[in-house]
Design a binder for this molecule. Structure first.
Ligand code: ADP
Ligand code: MG
Length: 708
């Protein structure tokens, strides 16, 4: 490859860049010529309404563009120092004054081209007091080629070229201003745009389905728009491209997951699974029915299932998982359920034992706390096939564990589902169907982005007859009343939680705060057993506290956020969250999900310590619908933060905004799957550009997927 002419040539070799600026560009993530093209402005100054200086009248509110012809600081009455600059365009000049900002003398200098906005008034003549000013050009930036044009001749050109234009403002860094970047882009843009033309991956039909411009046009618009309203379609173009390649990545991973090994075609016999579902004391919700049909169809197909079953706490996922397990079992295969902690494994074990008793299946359990003999016995039952339904922790995927004939693996993810787990489970059962359960409601847009390689079943409907947890947002003044209420609940035999956020990065401080809190509350709730749970406890100690809480030996649990796992204590009816403004919506919702799990009415209060509750808390109190909250979270927090929680190396999106661009996302998702179905290796000539771009964008993640 000829680096000198490739679009991947280092940015250093572009006109007016050089090694020093290239270093600074690197800080902005701009390494190649192509990167520079994608380094688009983060905002624009709209100069399309620029007025001629000669036309300004006192009383106007105006935007002008002019070159600085002189500057100075004047001391006005009462010692106020005022910075002055005279701006000139082809039609005239005007004095601008910045009262109380003498330091501008250091940045605003003769020769600069400024865009200023503000009121015009009469003060010894016309004067403008800019509210905003933007430096459009340093004198020496007007073109890097030496410029001997006379200043007077240029002013006319300045205004002419600036009026009717939108000025791009670029993300900048120290030593590389947005103006310098603009000048660099300006001299290189025509060449780069020509080079990028041949890289257009989407044909005209495809683009017109979406109403997006070609790549070249989009980039040109973003760097040099003639009108602000052209910017959004151009952004959508880049957003779509970004979403499409991510979906292509997912679609390829999905394809590999399904075809690397043939799947098990479970029969449609349904002896146990149907008896089980018929025997339930309730009817499935529509959402459960739908999910079950999807899972059943997957399992009966000769292709591996790889499905995410997503639903809020208590939406009825476990019942569906149990049916899937029974489907494997009625095919003389084994069914495995893996949970992230021992406590949760035990909880699932109890639930499944109860659920499956009806159809005569008795689950086994395998966790790290079995004795050597118990473990040996369990391993034998797994290897011989005597064990049919097996519940466990990571202990299930250790080297010496052999299954006779695994048919389905259910993973209860609780936030902890990662590449590593997927890899191990894939090895555990070469051909098994996999069902991942997640109790973290996320909007579909985010689910497609993070888990686009899985198929999606969503339980977006709660079983009937649930009383939502009564939720309030409370200031500090309400605490005593709240404590009295809590006490009355404890007296009635119920249990409660009080949760504190991590107070400090330092665990030591955190521990001290939690401990003090525990002491205070033990006094306040004398006569009740008050437990303490925090991150400094070992896993075993933590589980011990939880067990005592579950058994009712502890009535009130003071905890940091370690409580957040999917623990189920039906007798708990009160959840108080302290310093609630420090939690995200998703986390608040998870915490609230710890109560309201039994037949008792339950209560949640979010205490804030500031003057007013933030909007997030109001949203939290307004609804108990996890999906609605997740969408609100995406809107309020922005996706950047959510991506912080991503679990498998999906790069951040720069142009796409998930909720706003959900139409683009759906389109990209469909297209990518269709494309991979018709040409899995992207070998056809018209698909080669996709293959190349994919490697270039996601070389690392593709490698990740090979493993995971
Ligand atoms: P999840 O696993 O999503 O937290 P579960 O499957 O544990 O939810 O269900 C929570 C509770 O609701 C259980 O007691 C379960 O028996 C009950 N349940 C599940 N589905 C229904 C339904 N369709 N109608 C009524 N109750 C249901
Ligand atoms: Mg199958």
């Amino acid at each position: 490859m000829n680096v000198g002419s490739s679009i991947y040539r280092p940015v250093q070799f572009l006109k007016t860049v050089g090694p020093r600026r290239a270093e600074r560009f690197a800080r902005l993530g701009v390494l190649t010529a192509l990167d520079l093209l994608h380094h688009v402005p983060h905002r624009y100054e709209d100069a399309t309404t620029v007025a001629r200086i000669s036309s300004l009248e006192p009383g106007d509110e105006a935007t002008i563009i002019g070159r600085v012809v002189s500057t100075g600081v004047i001391r006005a009455r009462r010692g106020l120092r005022v910075f002055h600059a005279v701006l000139r365009d082809a039609t005239g000049q005007i004095e601008c004054a910045w009262p109380g900002r003498p330091w501008l003398e250091r940045t605003v200098r003769k020769g600069q081209l400024l865009l200023v906005t503000g009121p015009v008034r009469f003060y010894h003549g016309r004067q403008m007091q800019p509210r905003e000013h933007t430096l459009l050009e340093e004198r020496d930036e007007a073109g890097d080629e030496a410029d001997s044009e006379s200043a007077a001749g240029r002013e006319g050109a300045d205004r002419e070229s600036a009026a009717g234009r939108v000025f791009p403002i670029y993300p900048a860094t120290e030593g590389l201003s947005h103006r310098q970047i603009r000048a660099i882009v300006r001299v290189n843009l025509p060449t780069l745009l020509r080079e990028v033309e041949s890289r257009e991956p989407f044909d005209p039909g495809w683009r017109s389905e979406l109403g997006i411009p070609p790549l070249r046009e989009a980039l040109e618009t973003l760097h040099d728009p003639t009108a602000l309203e052209d910017v959004e379609p151009a952004r959508r173009r880049l957003a779509y491209e970004e979403l499409f390649y991510l979906q292509l990545l997912h679609a390829r991973a999905r394809h590999r997951q399904r075809t690397d090994a043939v799947g098990i075609a479970h029969s449609g016999e349904r002896r146990l699974s149907e008896a089980f579902l018929r025997g339930l004391p309730f009817r499935l919700t529509h959402a459960q029915e739908r999910a079950w049909r999807e899972i059943e169809a997957d399992m009966e197909r000769d292709v591996r299932m790889y499905r995410l079953l997503q639903g809020d706490v208590a939406s009825g996922k476990t019942v569906i998982a149990a049916a899937a397990m029974l489907k494997a079992i009625e095919n003389d295969r084994q069914a495995v359920l893996m949970a992230p902690t021992e406590l949760l494994a035990e909880q699932h074990y109890r639930t499944l034992t109860e659920l499956m008793a009806e159809v005569g299946v008795e689950p086994d359990i395998l966790t790290g706390s079995l004795s050597v003999r118990e473990r040996q016995r369990a391993l034998e039952r797994l290897a011989s096939g005597e064990a049919r339904a097996i519940v466990g922790t990571h202990a299930l995927i250790q080297a010496d564990v052999r299954f006779a004939a695994p048919g389905v693996v259910v993973i209860d993810e609780q936030h902890r589902f990662g590449v590593e787990q997927r890899r191990v489970l894939r090895e555990a059962g070469e051909r098994t169907d996999t069902l991942v359960m997640s109790a973290t409601p996320i909007p579909r847009s985010l689910a497609l982005t993070l888990y686009g390689d899985l198929d999606l079943s969503v339980l977006d409907e709660m079983p009937p007859g649930r009383t939502p947890v009564t939720t309030g947002v409370r200031g500090p003044e309400s605490r005593e009343a709240a404590f009295q209420f809590l006490e009355s609940q404890l007296r009635e035999g119920r249990q409660g939680y009080i949760v504190y956020p991590l107070i400090d990065e330092s665990e030591v401080l955190d521990l001290r705060a939690a401990t003090e809190m525990h002491e205070r509350l033990s006094e306040r709730f004398a006569g009740f057993e008050v437990g303490l749970l925090h991150g400094r406890l070992s896993g075993a100690e933590r589980e011990d506290v939880m067990r005592r809480y579950l058994a009712g030996e502890i009535q009130l649990l003071v905890s940091t956020t370690v409580i957040e796992v999917g623990i189920d204590v039906p007798n708990a009816t009160v959840m108080y969250i302290e310093d609630a403004e420090r939690f995200g919506l998703a986390q608040l919702h998870q915490l609230r999900g710890r109560v309201g799990r039994g037949s008792y009415p339950s209560y949640c209060a979010a205490f804030y310590s500031g003057k007013e509750p933030p909007e997030r808390l109001e949203a939290f109190a307004r609804t108990t619908d996890g999906f609605e909250l997740a969408r609100a979270d995406l809107r309020l927090r922005g996706q950047g933060n959510l991506f912080g929680e991503r679990q498998h190396g999906v790069p951040e999106l720069r142009f796409a905004e998930l909720e706003r661009d959900s139409d683009l996302l759906e389109h990209a998702w469909r297209k990518a799957r269709k494309l991979v179905a018709s040409d899995p290796k992207l070998e056809r000539r018209e698909h080669r550009q996709f293959a190349r771009d994919l490697v270039e964008r996601y070389g690392r993640s593709e490698a990740l997927y090979e493993v995971g």
